[in-house]
Design a protein around this ligand. Structure first.
Ligand code: NCD
Ligand code: ZN
Length: 413
């Protein structure tokens, strides 16, 4: 049994000075002066549930030059993330049981928890029974983006919603259209209403990926009032950047859906604090420096993000821009509950997925620290306070890269 001592632990909605005992991958006791064979002194640190990122492109397969499961796991741990939901727009896509199984095997060799999205295509939607037990949820692309998974036919959309409802899995939808960035932003709410109507008609459990605008969020909040079973996520880049930043930084801030306005960005922070946003997910979408260096039009859409998820938000906690409670809710509690994982809170019987944070460590993000194979970050140059220094994945200590020395002492990141 391992016991973490001396830290302030986030339990039942607030920080408490408690020991945490871990056995067989689970949290087996919380209390004072717990006994254990291994005791880890975490004085001065905070312990939170490991972060769950429900939107990650782990690549691998024919795109392992962008990322593979090994580099993704290192990046995730650096960002305090112990569980990822991997998106199926891989090359080849994850649209059959064989491909999902193979991808899952690769993911299992990594040091983090991974669960896999199944792709819905015009080919496979009629026969989801076999695929269903192997996937966390299904993903439908209605807008043009990386990969070839877009489904355009409106009649098919109805069939797909009907078919996914029968599996009882959540259908996550990339609802926003592709095209000129200003157009996409302007039409986000319409595109979201389109899928909300389908979810209402077929009683589908819906999750809307990467929402960027005030009107988009408001459309979803309205739908919740009429009992549509819907949740949604926004991403750190929509909290940190706007369309103006894209004008100056070009392809380095090209992603789908595109960055919105300063008013939208401010609204997202406000909504986050009001408890109106369900989850923060990174939409970690690594493309290499070479691929991004070919000018805005030709460059692929997507930015990496998983490796700075916790520091980006914890810095806001330190700055009193976000409460710790809300942070844990959107990054741990709600994702676990919505997708049915025995994680996301520090409680006896839950999986021992934990992240130990040095709340005062201050560090500027530089390119040489980047663990993702893509080799860059849109957050380079940003100085953030509060970094993960240790992590546990189902009870096994998996340190964030460069965070702790081999002998267990703390190192400086
Ligand atoms: C993603 C990618 O590169 O896989 N790109 C992006 O801009 N977000 C795909 C996606 O989520 O749309
Ligand atoms: Zn994505």
């Amino acid at each position: 049994m391992t016991v973490l001592t001396g830290a302030e632990v986030f339990v039942e909605g607030h920080l408490q000075k408690l020991d945490i005992a871990i056995e067989d991958g689970k949290i087996c006791a919380l209390g004072r002066d717990l006994e254990g064979d291994e005791r880890l002194d975490c004085s001065g640190k905070l312990v939170l549930p490991g972060v769950i990122d429900v939107h990650v492109h782990a690549r691998d397969l024919r795109q392992s030059h962008k990322e593979d499961w090994g580099s993704l796991a290192r990046a995730a741990l650096a960002g305090g993330v112990t569980t990822v939901f991997a998106m199926p727009n891989t090359e080849p896509p994850l649209d059959t049981i064989e491909r999902v199984r193979d991808y899952r095997r690769r993911a299992q060799a990594s040091q983090i928890n991974a669960t896999i999205y199944g792709a819905i295509t015009s080919e496979n939607y009629k026969d989801l029974d076999r695929l269903t037990p192997h996937v966390a949820a299904f993903k439908l692309y209605l807008g043009e983006t990386t990969g070839q998974l877009i489904v355009r036919d409106k009649k098919l959309h109805r069939e797909i919603f009907k078919s996914v409802t029968q599996t009882e899995k959540i259908l996550t939808v990339h609802a926003q259209r592709g095209g000129d960035p200003a157009d996409v932003t302007r039409h986000e709410a319409d595109d979201i209403c389109y899928v909300l109507d389908l979810a209402a008609a077929y009683e589908t459990k819906l999750h809307i990926a990467h929402v960027t605008t005030q009107r988009g969020v408001e459309a979803i909040l309205e739908a919740k009032k009429s009992k549509i079973d819907v949740s949604f996520e926004t991403c750190p880049h929509y909290l940190y950047f706007t369309a103006k930043d894209r004008e100056s930084r070009g392809a380095w801030l090209k992603m789908n859906p595109p960055l919105a306005s300063e008013e939208d960005r401010e609204f997202l922070w406000w909504a986050l604090n009001e408890g109106l946003i369900d989850m923060i997910a990174t939409d970690h979408a690594p493309h290499t420096i070479e691929e991004k260096s070919v000018g805005y039009e030709r460059a692929p859409a997507g930015v990496p993000g998983v490796e700075f998820l916790l520091p980006l938000l914890f810095d806001a906690v330190n700055a009193d821009k976000l409460s710790l409670r809300r942070f844990v809710e959107v990054c741990c509690g709600t994702p676990a509950r919505r997708f049915g994982l025995p994680k996301g809170e520090i409680a006896v019987g839950r999986d021992a997925d934990l992240v130990v944070i040095d709340p005062d460590r201050k560090k500027t993000i530089t390119r040489k620290d980047v663990q993702s194979k893509c080799g860059w970050s849109p957050y380079e140059g940003l100085t953030l306070r509060g970094w993960p220094v240790m992590a546990f994945v189902r009870g096994i200590r998996r340190n964030p890269p460069c965070a702790a020395l081999a002998d267990g002492r703390w190192s400086s990141l």
